[in-house]
Structures are given as C-alpha cells and as structure tokens.
Ligand binder design. Structure first.
Ligand code: C2E
Ligand code: MG
Ligand code: MG
Length: 551
C-alpha cells in the first residue's frame, strides 16, 4: 500500500502511543480524513485481516462480526464517522482465523485536530477468547472477570451501572427438559441479553442461569429500558429444538457513584437487590437504594466497613438482649438476642440496615457463627441463674443452606457448655425459599438434640399456613404489625385471634411481639398467648445491663 510519508508518520506515532498503554489488547488507529487505519500485528494474525495498514478497516472488521451483533456495531461506527459520537465501548463476537466466534470488548475514542474537527479514531480490542476467566458455554467472562471489572470500574472513579440478572425458576427447565436443553437456554438467553445491551455495557456469565452487566454508558433509565426490552422478549419466549419456552427474568441493579468501596460490597448490594427482584415474581428490576434519609455513599461505606469487620473477627458487633415474658405469670421466660454494630464512624447501627445485604454475601456464615457463639456464651451465664431460661437466636435462611449447619450448632453447644434445651432458633418465613426436605432434616436433627424452633414474624410473609403444616415449630412469634393499636382496633383483634388459633391447632406456643403498653398487653392476653415481648418490659439492652436487671 502506498502511503504518503507524513500521513504514515502521525498514524504510527499515535499507534505506538496507544500500544504502550493498551498492553495485552489489539490496538487500532484510524486516520478519519482518508479512512486509513493501522492495526496490531497480533490482530491481523488472529483474525486473518488483509494487513497492518488497511483502508475501510471498519467495513472489513464488520465482516468478522457475528450477524446478530453487526447492526449495533455498524450503528456505532457510523455515529463516530459522522461525528455524532465521540467514543464507543461495546462488546461483540468476532470470527477468528479458525472460524470461531470469540467475545471481544472494543473501546475507542475520537481525537480532534486543532480546529476541533474529528481527526483520528483510536482504541483497543480485548479478545476474551485469549483470557483464562471465560465461561466456555457462552464465551462471556465469568464471575471472576465480573469482580475484576467491578474493581477496575471503581478504580476509574467514574459513575457506572452494574446489575445481576437471571432466569426465574431455571431449575424447573432443567428438570423438565434435561440438562443439555437447559444449557441451550442459557446460551440463547446470553445472546438475547447481549444484543439488548451491545453498546451499553459488558455482559458476564455468573453462576447457573445468572448474568452480570457493567455499563459505563447507560443512565439508570436506559439500563431499565434495556432490561424491560429483554424481559418482554423472554416473556414472549423462543423455540429451541422445537420446544417453545418462555420465562420471567429478574434483575437487581445499582448505580455506583461513590468509590470508597470494594467489588464485594457492590456484589453484596447486587445480590440483595436481585433477591428482592426475584421475590416479587413479576420480573421487575430492583435498584439498590439506601434507606430513607441515608445517602448511597454512606450506605456503601457502612456496608464496606461492616464487611471488613467480619474479617476482623467480627470486631464492632454486639448482641443485645430483649426479655421475653411468660404471659400469664409475668415472669422472665428468656430473651431474644438481637445484633447491633458500632464503630466511631457510624455510631450504633441496627440490623435492618445490614443484615439483608450481608445475608447474600459469602461471608455471612462467619457472622452467623459469631452470633450463635456469643449468644451461647452469654446465655451460659444467664442459665446458671435462671435454669429454664430460653435463649432465642435469629437465623438467616442462608445459614440453613450452609453444609454442616446442624453439626456446627452442636459443636458450638459443646464448646460453650450451653444446654441444647435452652436454645430456640428463630427462622422467618423466608426459609420457604429453601428446599423443604433439607430444612426438615436439619430441624429434626437438632430437635433430637433438644434444640427448639420458632417461626418469626408470623403473618407478614406468604405461605404461613402451609409452612406450619410442613414443619413443626415449638413457638410461633406473631409480628408486631398485628398488635400495634390492637386495644381499639377490632380488625386486629380478629386477626390475632385467628393467627393464635392457627398456631395452637398446629400445637405451637404463641409469642406476641411489640407489646408497648399496658392496654396492648391486656388486649393481647385475652387470646391466651404463651409469652410476650416488647418495650413495655424492656428495649433490647447490652449483656451487662441484661444480666444486672433481669437475671
Ligand atoms: P425480629 O427478630 O422480629 O426482632 C424484633 C425486632 O422488634 C427487634 O428489632 C426489636 O428491637 C423490635 N422490638 C421489640 N419490641 C418492640 C416494641 O415493643 N416496639 C417496637 N417498635 N419494636 C420492638 P431489631 O433489633 O432492630 O431487629 C430487627 C430485625 O433484624 C429482627 O427482627 C431480625 O429479623 C433481624 N435480626 C436481628 N438480629 C439478628 C441476628 O442476630 N441474626 C439475624 N439473622 N437477624 C437478626
Ligand atoms: Mg426474631
Ligand atoms: Mg419478629
């Protein structure tokens, strides 16, 4: 190719500069005035391109791009050449010399001349086919790559949107049509999602039928739009091997604009938003947001500090104890252990701010064990003074999913010397997300050992009655939503009467939470409940105060 010297010199200079900063990727530089490009030798070899210097490289490259991704690529290049866009950052599949499609991430910027006119288009292409952390089934980067890219995005200190999305009820597809078919569904879904987000961000394959997205281009609205297009598409469904299937997808997202956190904190927020999205069953996107009155940056900083504390042997965590009273005799029956977190930066923090986020975090079991151990250690002292004392400890349903959970509880009982019959584990209706057989076997195992179980927050979830039928609980705890104002509210009186009756039918004791005043206590006691808990007796207090005032 005959190239004028001056043209070539500048082109080469820019190319060399880009090559230094874009190690490990292919580099391209395009002189927009004459549409002359220089590409890395490695790209020429890998993709069998005509040469390092090419005219109409955009068109040549387009030929290599997967037909499904081509339109988005074409549109993006067209915008850049027309001066309608100043950069692009997109993902597509490109055909290599061997004829295989490999996933590529392509980033480029327009460089302007002294008059401000577009002069060069230069950038890099990352060939994910050459990297280790690739999911072979979809060609997408895997969970490790997702975490790495989250980390990189945070270090760039520019706002970005990240999301996790997945197929609801995917295991049913597997069960119904077999594993191989399930794999095809994952592949097809990955492609569909990719085509919806091509120039918006990068897509990752996480575990199972779940995908990740990181986008520097999408505003939250655009991200939600892309998701709803995708959702509509999967609702309509598609045909594979003559079988038509459709499904609902969930997505949890977060818009990140503070960067003092690490990728695991972002992942914990995403997991929690994703679970909430999955639970509403309609497949709406759920965006992580801080609680009212709290800035997102603060929320993220708090979660990040709390995660760090878990690694530091749970430094800063405290267990408070709230007395539970015998309804009839008005004497102490036991206490519920309630977790708090405290440090200089955030003050005293209540569990609602962090438990829902940590629950889906791989480090949660660490904290769960700490809670059990501490409650048993404190409880061992209380039991010495009050032999019938029942220590209630809240479990998160994810703890039950952990392999060897029952064994761990037994080990902790042995190590702390706390009597099994004085322990009551509270689980919430969210445990219905677990495998029922697994739950039953854990409960039976521990029950034989003497441990008791309570169903917490009864009446606030969905499948209460069926849970009572499937599992047997020693105690049902009725949520305070049913008792606030009960003294004057006949509807609540009816509700309590029904709930308490239902619990007794299944042979369980009834504990009522949220007894704040004498009038409520009197109203509740008419329904012959077993025990009472609430501010009327005491707010949750530290172990020292509890020991001093209550045992
Ligand atoms: P929960 O298990 O239903 O605990 C009862 C909550 O109601 C506690 O809030 C308690 O302080 C509050 N409460 C008690 N009596 C009254 C009252 O008379 N009036 C009012 N307004 N509130 C009352 P807390 O300590 O903020 O805990 C909130 C939730 O966080 C707990 O609800 C539980 O689901 C969760 N949680 C707390 N500690 C742990 C833990 O160690 N592990 C797990 N997995 N979850 C925990
Ligand atoms: Mg509880
Ligand atoms: Mg409760």
């Amino acid at each position: 190719m005959n190239i004028p010297d001056k043209l070539k010199r500048t082109l080469d200079e820019i190319f060399e500069a880009f090559s230094i900063v874009c190690e490990g990727t292919y580099v391209y530089v395009n002189d927009m005035s004459v549409d002359l490009s220089r590409w890395s030798r490695t790209a020429v070899d890998a993709f069998d391109l005509p040469g390092e210097y090419m005219t109409n490289a955009g068109g040549i490259w387009e030929e290599h791009i997967h037909p499904e991704d081509r339109e988005a690529y074409h549109k993006s290049i067209d915008e850049i050449m027309r001066g309608a866009a100043g950069s692009h950052d997109m993902q597509y599949r490109a055909r290599n010399r061997q004829g295989n499609y490999v996933m590529c991430t392509c980033r480029g910027v327009v460089i302007h001349d002294a008059e401000g006119k577009p002069a060069y288009f230069a950038g890099s292409i990352r060939n994910h086919g050459l990297e280790g952390d690739i999911d072979v089934m979809t060609g997408l980067r895997d969970q490790k790559g997702f975490l790495e890219d989250l980390e990189e995005s945070l270090s760039e200190q520019k706002p970005f949107f990240a999301a996790i999305l997945g197929i609801n009820g995917f295991s049913e597809i597997n069960t119904l049509y077999g594993y191989d078919f399930g794999n095809l569904v994952i592949q097809k879904t990955a492609r569909l999602y990719l085509t919806q987000t091509l120039n918006g961000g990068r897509v990752y394959r996480l575990d199972g039928a779940r995908f990740g997205l990181i986008s520097k281009n999408f505003t939250p609205e655009q991200a939600e739009d892309a998701f709803s297009r995708f959702r509509d598409r999967t609702r309509k469904g598609f045909t594979i091997d003559g079988i038509h299937i459709s499904f609902v997808v969930s997505e949890g997202g977060i818009y990140v604009d503070s960067y003092e956190v690490n990728s695991h904190t972002i992942l914990a927020c995403l997991e929690s938003a994703y679970r909430r999205s999955g639970r509403n069953m309609l497949g709406d996107v759920t965006i992580f947001s801080a609680r009212a009155g709290q800035k997102q940056a603060e929320a993220l900083a708090l979660l990040s500090d709390i995660r760090e504390s878990v690694f530091q042997k749970c430094r800063g965590f405290l267990l408070y104890y709230q007395p539970i009273m015998n309804a009839e005799s008005q004497t102490l029956r036991g206490a519920e252990a309630l977790i708090r977190y405290r440090d200089d930066r955030h003050g005293l923090v209540f569990p609602d701010t962090f438990i829902p986020f940590l629950e889906n975090d791989s480090i949660f079991p660490e904290l769960g064990s700490w809670i059990l151990r501490r409650a048993m250690e404190d409880g061992a002292r209380f039991v010495q003074k009050v032999p019938d004392f029942i220590m209630n400890v809240n479990l998160s349903y994810v703890q039950l999913e952990q392999a060897g959970f029952a064994e761990e509880v037994k080990r902790l009982l042995d190590e702390t010397g706390f009597p099994a019959r004085n322990l009551c584990l509270e689980i919430t209706e969210r445990c219905r997300f677990l495998d029922l057989q697994l739950l039953k076997s854990i409960m039976n195992d521990l029950r034989q050992y003497g441990v008791k179980f309570a169903l917490d927050d009864f009446g606030t979830g969905f499948s209460s009655a069926s849970l009572l039928n499937d599992l047997s609980f020693d105690t049902i705890k009725i949520d305070r939503a049913f008792v606030t104002g009960i003294a004057v509210d006949t509807k609540k009186q009816d509700a309590l009467s029904h709930l308490a009756g239902l619990a007794r039918t299944f042979g369980s004791d009834v504990c009522v939470e949220g007894i704040e005043d004498e009038a409520t206590r009197e109203a509740v006691n008419r329904y012959h409940v077993t025990s009472l808990q609430g501010y009327l007796y005491s707010k949750p207090v530290s172990a020292e105060v509890f020991e001093r005032d209550w045992v």
